[in-house]
Design a protein around this ligand. Structure first.
Ligand code: ATP
Ligand code: MG
Length: 568
């Protein structure tokens, strides 16, 4: 491709709308342009690299024996109404009516549609196991679309669904996808970690996420270097830790703590440590209220709590007016003693002795509280978020935490959708059984953002050969110099003849501009044809290396071919 013919309007300035590196660089390198919050157009370079990502995903899905198909994105409501997700998705689903008033949505994910397809099209148990997939644009009206392609409202996903006769079959299909995912993320050059993930209150027997560690990731990961354990925060099991408390069975005491609404204020006021407090937080769980208690220096894990309570909607903090009504006090003085709603208590609170809680009375707390003596919890369970230094639930060594970008998710669904929609088969003895399903997603557009988040420097994008928009670029320093242009064209033609996806910067721009652009857009290999063209000497440089080296044209072309083919 010739730069002259390519639409590549790079930007020198950092666009104000972008907060994170990958987003800034994708705008600057003219990969994408914003249309509205979370909605982007892909310019030629962005589209080209995206297609390469898609192709890697496609090749590995095909290798794993999955069938590609393509569903509509504009979907009638019925299947989602049957599964209950028409409501569950809430405002995240783009819903609309057609001219006859019938309900439609833009597909956020396609479990229902794939299940229905198998109901309609598969005729015999002999056709299982089967895995179907598509690479398609998805629509979710995200609450916080941000970070460019990282969290879009329109984004490209590869979604696959497996259909098996039984759980043992699902285990095999799941493992095939797991292996395919590892190959995909390796080929994309991503440094990833596989973590155990939450599989929700109702669905499924197993779930893992593929995470790229990054400070801009929106998911928390807990991992252990000692034994290799890794889990999503939402899932990571917490081992109750000991702490020093005052010994003995001290008498319960109500104390005046004026204006101490927060743990920090209380710590200050009482001159003690946060772990001596147990905080009580009141949540709305569907249409009822519950209280959750964790140690003062811990946070409630709302996903664990939601699963435990078994509610449909996500938990919400109770409104201040409700807290006032339930506790007869200002916000900040809730406690378990005398509270009329169910109290869910974290395991660690059972290890606490003589601790402090709110007294359900403005400006008062209780001290020397002891569980089972002063109040009886409704449920005691692991409901907190794991933190740095917590004990690894497998080997007990200290846990580390990091932020991660979720690039893929594999999930054993079991019979959730086959039950809801009626996907059954008759086995060889004529007995009706339910098909067992798995689902497997990859955020194709998010993968590209993650690759750039991971691969960049001050000069721009550094992508691996496998997904860079072009594999090599030839730059004649002076496009008006005939000898340089001629040699550059020859190199360009011979690289293309070797099957290398090559760009030539034939624009009449200053050399500095061309070098800057080549670095910014992330082309892995650059051959510069300059003053030594007449002697057949050119400059060869890998994007990831600092310094170029001079070599003969032949050597440069050969090295390029070797490097590209080895790194595809
Ligand atoms: P998240 O927790 O990040 O919202 P999710 O759990 O809702 O993701 P899934 O429904 O499992 O995501 O979707 C499969 C994959 O699609 C995810 O692993 C992620 O890579 C990608 N994905 C999900 N939502 C978005 C989005 N808004 N923008 C870009 N990619 C997304
Ligand atoms: Mg997920």
């Amino acid at each position: 491709m010739r730069m002259k013919n390519l639409l590549v309007p790079t930007l020198r300035e950092v666009p104000a709308e972008a907060e994170i590196t990958s987003h800034k660089l994708m705008l600057r390198a003219a990969y994408i342009r914003k249309l509205a919050a979370g909605i982007y157009s892909y310019l030629p370079l962005g589209l080209k690299t995206l297609k390469k990502v898609e192709n890697i995903v496609r090749e590995e899905m095909d290798r794993a024996g999955a069938n590609e198909l393509l569903m509509a994105a504009l979907l009638p409501a019925e299947a989602y109404q049957a599964s209950g997700r028409w409501e569950v998705f809430g405002p995240s689903m783009f819903k609309m009516k057609d001219r006859y008033g019938r309900d439609f949505c833009l597909g956020p994910t396609h479990e229902e549609l794939f299940t229905q397809t198998v109901i309609d099209e598969v005729r015999s148990y002999k056709e299982y196991p089967m895995t179907l997939y598509q690479i398609q644009t998805k629509y979710r009206d995200e609450g916080r679309p941000r970070f460019g392609l990282m969290r879009g409202r329109e984004f490209i996903m590869k979604d696959a669904y497996s259909f098996d006769l039984d759980e043992a079959g699902l285990d095999i299909s799941y493992k095939k996808m797991y292996d395919a995912y590892c190959r995909i993320f390796e080929r994309l050059g991503l440094d990833f970690t596989i973590v155990d993930a939450d599989s929700g209150a109702m669905g499924g027997s197993g779930s893992q996420e593929f995470m790229v560690k990054s400070p801009v990731g929106e998911d928390g990961i807990a991992y252990c270097d000692a034994c290799g354990y890794a889990a999503n925060y939402e899932k990571a099991a917490c081992i109750p830790q000991d702490a020093d408390f005052e010994d003995g069975d001290l008498a319960l005491e109500k104390i005046l703590t004026p204006n101490a609404h927060t743990i920090e204020e209380l710590v200050e006021f009482l001159g003690t440590k946060p772990h001596v407090f147990a905080k009580t937080i009141i949540y709305k769980a569907d249409d009822k209220y519950i209280a959750a208690m964790v140690r003062g220096d811990r946070e409630v894990n709302e996903v664990k709590l939601k699963n435990l309570v078994g509610c449909t909607d996500d938990l919400e903090l109770a409104a201040p007016s409700v807290v006032r009504e339930l506790t007869n006090a200002q916000v900040g003085f809730a406690g378990p003693i005398g509270l009329s709603i169910p109290v869910y208590v974290d395991l660690e609170v059972e290890k606490m002795r003589n601790f402090v809680v709110g007294a359900n009375e403005t400006d008062y707390h209780y001290k020397n509280v002891n569980i089972h003596r002063d109040f009886e919890p409704t449920v005691v369970s692991d409901i907190r978020i794991i933190t740095d230094g917590d004990a690894c639930p497998v080997c007990g060594k200290p846990i580390k935490t990091a932020q991660g970008i979720e690039v893929g998710h594999i999930f054993k669904l079991g019979t959730k959708y086959s039950d809801a929609l009626g996907l059954t088969y008759l086995d060889e003895t004529g007995v009706s059984k339910t098909v067992v399903m798995g689902c497997y997603g990859i955020g194709v557009t998010r993968c590209l953002a993650a690759a750039i988040e991971q691969g960049n420097d001050d000069n721009g994008i550094i992508l691996p050969v496998s997904i860079a928009p072009y594999e090599a670029i030839v730059i004649p320093v002076n496009a008006k110099d005939e000898a340089q242009m001629k040699l550059a064209e020859e190199i360009y033609e011979s690289l293309k003849a070797k099957g290398i996806d090559t760009l030539i910067d034939d624009r009449e721009e200053r050399a500095g501009v061309k070098f800057k652009d080549a670095d910014l857009i992330g082309i892995p290999l650059r051959i510069v044809v300059g003053k030594k063209a007449a002697d057949g000497i050119v400059e060869y440089k890998l994007r990831k290396d600092e310094a170029p080296s001079e070599m003969t044209v032949n050597d440069a072309v050969e090295s390029a071919e070797k490097y590209i083919k080895e790194n595809r």
